[in-house]
Design a protein around this ligand. Structure first.
Ligand SMILES: NC(=O)c1ccc[n+]([C@@H]2O[C@H](COP(=O)([O-])OP(=O)(O)OC[C@H]3O[C@@H](n4cnc5c(N)ncnc54)[C@H](OP(=O)(O)O)[C@@H]3O)[C@@H](O)[C@H]2O)c1
Length: 260
């Protein structure tokens, strides 16, 4: 098996952190499925850039990860077109449309955020893992991996976006669960936990965090970038951690450190 044959699915790969991940995987010669929900032009642009960076093949697939049937169809299409899946990066995620105090969190926002950030990735992972087990048994792939992009919000409480924090805390447990269940199958599962990253998602709070970061909120006093996360995922994808599963890789400039 050559490096050039490996295939990755990156959910929400069209923009932001997902795009940074796609770029790093492309440099490692992964063929990449760039999943997106609405912005097909961004997904196609990411595919072209990925091919320029070395991806042998790319494919943009529109699928809302909260729609379990759409997720299933994406997995089936990937296997049909590429014959294999070596890596799933569960990256797609959303913030609440409106930040509301915990006392005013709505059921609609709860269902939306947990549907995309938690329920969708759980069942997509179940589906991909099932395919990976089949592909392993057939000898088509070796040493597949699943990576979850969670958040500092898995453990940090933000009372104006509680539903987001709950979704990410839950997703960290999903990573632990699949790491435990799949180790014996030969599939490693790890979590990459970003801090504060400059993307569209954080665009609305850019000024606030400019000030807070300058004031020392993050020990490494700068915003994180999509490439910071991409490089962490790339290190895992490059087989730098063959004896590691269920690990949490903080990529947050030290934000998670307890300080006095
Ligand atoms: N930015 C941060 O500071 C930060 C920090 C910690 C963790 N994270 C996590 O990192 C991940 C990526 O965040 P980001 O900042 O890169 O966000 P972003 O810039 O808003 O990009 C989101 C990406 O996810 C896709 N997406 C959104 N909803 C989707 C759905 N239902 N199904 C499929 N794809 C969907 C979008 O595609 P379309 O454009 O087509 O909708 C886009 O490609 C998220 O899980 C987020 O929670 C971000």
């Amino acid at each position: 098996m050559t490096v050039g044959e490996r295939v990755a699915i990156v959910t929400g790969g069209s923009r932001g952190i997902g795009r940074g991940i796609v770029e790093e995987l492309s440099a490692l010669k992964y063929s990449v499925v760039v999943n997106y929900r609405s912005d097909g032009e961004a997904a196609e642009a990411t595919c072209r850039e990925a091919e320029n960076r070395g991806a042998p093949r790319t494919l943009a697939i529109r699928a809302d990860v909260s729609d379990l049937e759409a997720g299933r169809a994406m997995v089936e299409r990937t296997v049909a077109e590429f014959g294999r899946i070596d890596l799933l990066v569960n990256n797609a995620g959303v913030a609440p449309l409106v930040r509301l105090d915990l006392m005013n969190t709505t059921a609609e926002s709860w269902d939306r955020v947990l549907g995309i950030n938690l329920r969708g990735p759980f069942f997509l992972t179940q589906q991909v893992a099932t395919s990976m087990v089949d592909l392993l048994r057939a000898g088509t792939i070796a040493d597949p991996q699943i990576i979850f992009v969670t958040s500092i919000s898995s453990t940090f409480a933000s009372v104006t976006r509680g539903e987001y924090c709950v979704s990410k805390a839950g997703l960290s447990m999903v990573a632990q669960l699949f790491a435990t269940r799949l180790a014996d199958e030969g599939i490693r599962v790890n979590e990459v936990r970003p801090g504060i990253i400059a993307t569209d998602m954080t665009g609305a709070v850019r000024d606030v965090y400019d000030r807070r970061i300058a004031g020392g909120l993050v020990p490494i006093r700068r915003w994180g970038t999509p490439l910071d996360i991409g490089r962490a995922v790339g290190a895992l994808a490059a087989e730098s951690f063959p004896y590691t599963t269920g690990e949490v890789f903080h990529v947050d400039g030290g934000l998670h450190l307890r300080r006095l």
